[in-house]
Design a protein around this ligand. Structure first.
Ligand SMILES: Nc1ncnc2c1ncn2[C@@H]1O[C@H](COP(=O)(O)OP(=O)(O)O)[C@@H](O)[C@H]1O
Ligand SMILES: [Mg+2]
Length: 344
């Protein structure tokens, strides 16, 4: 395997120290993914440097000019604190004619914009829950074509931010209340989708033109009260103590009907292409008790932490952590951005 110079791009607050000796779990947690990716790439024998970015592109340009990386490994999720600007930074890397891992700017932009993404997926007749959008400042009235209950979320936040049990609304009054709350809290437009009761499934995908998917992954809710809706609220997703208490964990999805499985794999790949994603992504699905699967969203560049769903499901497909990082690097090198095509 060729030894590569790899520049790992991350938020400046998440650049790990030289050594993590003596750090407690709490101190290590914030940059766990960054640390693991750096270690994994070094383990593969590459020459690796970290670059932290917050709101200045100059250090990134200087690092690219001085280090001349074969590829930039993209772990950055925002610029200037704005998640939508993440794709602008990778555009900048592309303009500097440096290959990068993960999705191209267009795929990042389309998948992060939940409303635009849904409109594209609807055009392709992919199975998504019916939805309505409530712009900031507008009062929420229940559209006639939408049935209750609805799940209310921000149009641009991710990682279950703002998702709690109160996000599920069962009356027009509760809808108006929750939409106003979300407008006030996040200052973004708000999306309301038909709430899909059922199982919570994830599918990891890897590829540029030829796509490979991993085994379907499922969030299991352990001893969580069966009367309560089983959704991935911020707490369910991020509170380790809460997860331990209720036995909430993710793992391979068992006993999926072959038709549901086919829909999930096929529609995820279609959606990946429709949104112009490259590199790798994870799709979030709901499977209702009547066996119908609904695509919630596609996450381009999902978290690469070794104990997160993407890497875990890759591992279940026989792709261990370091080989997974290498595959992601190979995809960066084989992706053909416009500047490369123009040179040929
Ligand atoms: N229409 C829906 N029906 C049921 N559950 C939903 C629906 N939309 C979101 N959820 C729940 O909320 C979680 C987060 O929603 P998602 O759309 O994936 O946003 P993000 O992960 O970007 O915060 C999902 O994983 C799911 O558990
Ligand atoms: Mg999600």
């Amino acid at each position: 395997m060729k030894k590569l110079r790899v520049l790992v791009l991350m938020h400046e607050d998440l650049v790990p120290p030289e050594s993590i000796a003596g750090l407690g779990e709490k101190e290590f947690q914030p940059f766990r993914t960054e640390w693991q990716v750096l270690q994994g790439l070094r383990g593969l024998g590459h020459e690796v440097r970290a670059i932290g970015v917050h709101d200045d592109l100059r250090p990134l340009r200087e690092a690219i000019e001085a280090f001349r990386p074969h590829a930039t490994f993209n772990l950055l999720e925002e610029f200037h604190g704005v998640s939508m600007y993440g794709q602008a930074v990778i555009s900048f890397v592309e303009l500097l004619c440096t290959p990068y891992t993960g999705s191209n700017p267009r795929g990042l932009m389309l998948s992060r914009d939940k409303v635009l993404a849904k409109k594209i997926l609807a055009y392709h007749r992919l199975p998504i829950p019916r939805f309505g959008v409530f712009p900031v400042g507008a009062k929420a009235r229940l559209p006639r074509r939408l049935g209750l209950p609805l799940l209310v979320k921000s149009t641009s936040e991710s990682a279950s931010l703002g998702i709690s049990q109160a996000s599920i609304v069962r009356s027009p009054e509760k809808l108006a209340e929750r939409v106003a709350f979300m407008h006030g809290t996040f200052g973004t437009d708000v999306l309301a989708e038909e709430y899909i009761e059922g199982r919570e499934l994830y599918l990891g995908v890897l590829g540029n033109s030829r796509l490979e998917s991993f085994p379907v992954w499922e969030m299991r809710f352990g001893t969580w009260d069966p009367e309560l809706p089983r959704i991935a609220t911020a707490r369910v997703k991020w509170d380790a103590e809460f997860q331990r208490r209720h036995g909430i964990a993710t793992g391979p999805a068992q006993d999926l009907e072959p038709t549901a499985l086919r829909t999930i794999v096929h529609a995820t790949k279609l959606a990946y292409r429709a949104l112009g994603i490259s590199g790798y992504a994870r799709a979030d699905w709901r499977l209702s008790p009547d066996g119908r699967a609904y695509l919630l969203e596609l996450n381009a560049n999902p978290d690469l932490c070794s104990d997160e769903d993407f890497a875990q499901s890759a591992q279940a497909a026989g792709l261990a952590y370091e080989p997974l990082l290498q595959r992601i690097l190979n995809l960066a090198l084989s992706y053909r951005p416009a500047w490369k095509r123009a040179e040929e």
